[in-house]
Structure formats: structure tokens, C-alpha cells
Design a protein around this ligand. Sequence first.
Ligand code: NAI
Ligand code: NM2
Length: 508
Amino acid sequence: MAQQPLLSLPEFQNVSMATLVVKEPLNFWGGQRVKPKHEKNAEAVYEPATGRVLCDMIPCVEEEVDQAIKSAHSAYLQWRKLSGMERSRIMLEAARIIRERRDEIAKVEVINNGKSITEAEVDIDIAWQCIEYYAGIAPTLSGQHIQLPGGSFAYTRREPLGVCVGIGAWNYPFQIASWKSAPAMACGNAMVFKPSPMTPVTAVILAEIYKEAGVPDGLFNVVQGGAETGSLLCHHPMVAKVSFTGSVPTGKKVMEMAAKSVKQVTLELGGKSPLIIFKDCELENAIKGALVANFLTQGEVCCNGTRVFVQREIMPQFLEGVVKRTKAIAVGNPMLRDTRMGALISKPHMEKVLGFISQAKEQGAKVLCGGERFVPSDPKLKEGYFVSPCVLDNCRDDMTCVKEEIFGPVMSVLPFDTEEEVLERANNTTFGLASGVFTRDIARAHRVAENLQAGTCYINNYNVGPVEVPFGGYKMSGFGRENGQVTIEYYSQLKTVVVEMGDVDEFF
Ligand SMILES: NC(=O)C1=CN([C@@H]2O[C@H](COP(=O)(O)OP(=O)(O)OC[C@H]3O[C@@H](n4cnc5c(N)ncnc54)[C@H](O)[C@@H]3O)[C@@H](O)[C@H]2O)C=CC1
Ligand SMILES: C[N+](C)(C)CCCC(=O)O
């Protein structure tokens, strides 16, 4: 079927790098795009691969946040009454439209985020798969019947929470909006979503697609803004839940704000995940796995395995293979199909990542490859925020590059001798988002998985994230889960109904 242009988005037709300028309003509530009330506090949004201004992000003020939440609430009152089958049908239609327009959405994501087109397409695929998955679950939501003495009984109803807020990070803009809205909507909730101020463009496309698929006006809304708008959302009395993806310091603030009115919270925070490579592994797979664990989306992935522990006996072979493959990564124009690594999100972030690399060198790490600003030959891309992927050797556990989340293309390699030692070192962190192990010994693999303190453990691969599988953190990487069946628990509440079939006992 021929691709239709996105609803009311003439500027997104035939998009290409270095040309798109977004002028349309990026807020969406009451079933339509809404112009910002005033242009105060507008912030420039950049195209990371060129450093060019793509659009302005104009933060929503209190009155606008209030309008969006009220519009969500009125849609919620209708949506919650639908059966799971009815909700499912609409969500399946949304998934179908995304699938049909995937190439176009992926291009806009590349322009706004800087990641390669190949990765952006996968992200959009994961987004529609997530909506399809929760559309499949919606009709299965049900309660329980419990028989009580004397013919009396109780039953439980799985009910929605109400208006849920989603607050997103900039690394997976469209995917995060889908991961949050799909389970929320399947359970009968409405959502107000705030994307990161650096990636404001694609959430509104999702809103238009949901509308086209048939959700009631107001069911999925987008408000733009940064910390201030986010905090208005977290404080609003009509909000029942906040699902947040971002850094640990902001996550703590979100939790504090939500606590004031006892809102439920899901926190998907950062990480510094260990990847443990034993000498009995299949080495080529471990090398490929280490690259996937570190260099997707320019290393800006929360669950990346950035502490790569390698058993001492195989260190030389591992380093040789990893450096060879890392040097071969094609960095540059993210819109080209052969490119494997695009641009970091912003100039300050690029400088921060380069700062981590200089500090690592000062602390004694050895750069085996990359770690420098990369300037592509294409003149359009000269101001882009590219960094060549970096492998650091001679790392120690006490170095900053090993302790702190860099969120850039930097792999720190650390030698180890025994399983016991590596488990202790791997767990010696306040984070606990993910972990990985490469070994051919199946008993060891499962023993290590059991003993790693992290929400996910990948055995003989890394960063594999099918939507059927729960994702979320231990320790300061957060709590609650996204994806998988369990996420229904985080977007619904259980009501118990107790039914008396006889007379009330005379107690008083
Ligand atoms: N566990 C996960 O699933 C993921 C975690 N992350 C983490 O996110 C970080 C990078 O993303 P950033 O956008 O820089 O994080 P951030 O914490 O600065 O911002 C995240 C979101 O929170 C909003 N925000 C900021 N201050 C707020 C406040 N006071 N109240 C409410 N909302 C507020 C931001 O506008 C943005 O939408 C990394 O540390 C990374 O580890 C990123 C992606 C996925
Ligand atoms: C890479 N992937 C898709 C498995 C996880 C992305 C999580 C995130 O950083 O939002």
C-alpha cells in the first residue's frame, strides 16, 4: 500500500537531513494540536547530525498543563467503559498505522535524535509491536471469583488508575512514548506525555496516529517542556500515576513530588551495567555482544553493559577483536543505510562525554581506539555532534569512567580472575538496571544470572528487548517494569467486591 503522509504534517513529507524545519505546534490535547499560549522561554531544538536548529520547544505553562490533564480526564471517563476487545481493536489499528508509516517516522526520529536510520527503524518497529502486544492483553484483563461460606462470595475487578503521566528521555523518543501509553491505554487509562525538551517532535505524531485509529479525543496528549512543566504534571491533583524515564537525580525528585499526593510511580533510571565474559565463551559472539552492549544509539542507552569484565586469560584476544570491530564502525550521516553510529544528542552532552574520556586518561586508562570528536567529510555534517566509539583498557574499579554513567560510546574493559571475585565487583554499584554474561557453561550462566543484582541478565547476548519481556531496574536504577505482562500491574488497581448472600450477623 502506498504511504500516506502523516496527518496534518506537510513538513514531514519526504523529510531529509539538513532541510526539515518544524513550525507546527507540538502540543496535543483535546484531540488536536494546540498552539502554545505564548512563546516565553522558547528553547532551540537542534538536529544533532548537523547542529542546525530544527524547531523551537515552547514549554507549557500551568494553564496549558491543566487543560491537557482535564482533557485526559474526560477521555478517561469514556475509555474506561469500553470492553477490552473494543480498546484492543483501536490499539491494533494504531499499531497498523505506525507500521505503515514506519519509514517516515523513523526519518523524523533520526533528524531529532541523531541515531542511525537502521536503529530508528527498529525503534519504531518495537513501538508498534508494543502497542500490538498490549492490544492483545486488553481483552484478557479480568478479575477473580472467590467462594465464601454460606453461598456468599467475593470478586475482584481490575480497574484503571485514571490519568497517567509519562515523562520521557531523549534517547528513544517515540519508543518511550509507546512503551508508556500502550499498557496505560490497554488498562483503560488516559495519558499526558511530556517528551524530553531535546526531542519534542515525534510524540505528537503518535498522538495523531492514536486519534486516527479512533481513540477518544484527549486520551493521549502531549505537553512540551522541561523540569518546570514536568513538575506541574507531577504535582497535579488529577494525576494518578507518573511513569518516568530519565536520570537518577530527576527520578528522585519525581518520587518526592508524587509522594505528596501518594501517586503511583514507575521509575526507569540510569545504569552502569556489568557484562562478564568468561574464558570458556564463544569469543566472536562475546566480542559482537560487547559492541551491542556499548555502541547502540551512540552509547546513549540506559541498560548498556559499559563495565566489560573479561577473564584475564582471554584478554589479549578479546581486546584485539573488539578494537578491530570498533574501528570498523561507520560513524557519520545517520540517514545513510551503511552508517552504524550517528551523532550524540547535543553539543554539551558531546563535550561531557569527551570530558569523561580525558578524565579516564588522567586516571590511567589507555585509549585503544576512538574517543575523539569526529568530523565527517560531508560539509553539511561539519557541526554535528559525532564522537568516535572508544575502547578503554587499563581500567580499575575506582575510576570515574567505571563508576559513573557516561551515556556515550565508551566501553571500559576490566580484567578478572574468578567468578566469585567478578560477581562481587559487578554488584559493587548503586545501579542495577541490566547485566550480561558470556559463557558456554550453562550451570555457571544461570548461577551468575541469579547472583547479579540487576533487573535483567542477558546470557550470551546483550540489549535484546522483545516487548513480551519485562524491563526495569533494581537498586537505584528504579522500580516498576515496562513491557511484558507484569506491567499491567503498574497501570491498574484491584477492587475487591464482597457479596453477602445471607443475613448480617447480629454482632451488636
Ligand atoms: N531506565 C531507562 O529506561 C532509561 C533511563 N535513561 C536515563 O536518562 C538519563 C538521560 O536522559 P535525560 O533526558 O538527560 O534525563 P533527565 O532526568 O534530565 O530528564 C528526563 C525527563 O525528565 C524531565 N524532567 C527534568 N526535571 C524534571 C523535574 N524536576 N520534574 C519532572 N520532570 C523533569 C525532563 O524534561 C525529561 O523529560 C540517563 O541518565 C539515562 O540513564 C534514559 C533512557 C532510558
Ligand atoms: C536498547 N533497548 C531497546 C533494549 C532498551 C532501551 C531502553 C532505553 O534506554 O530506553
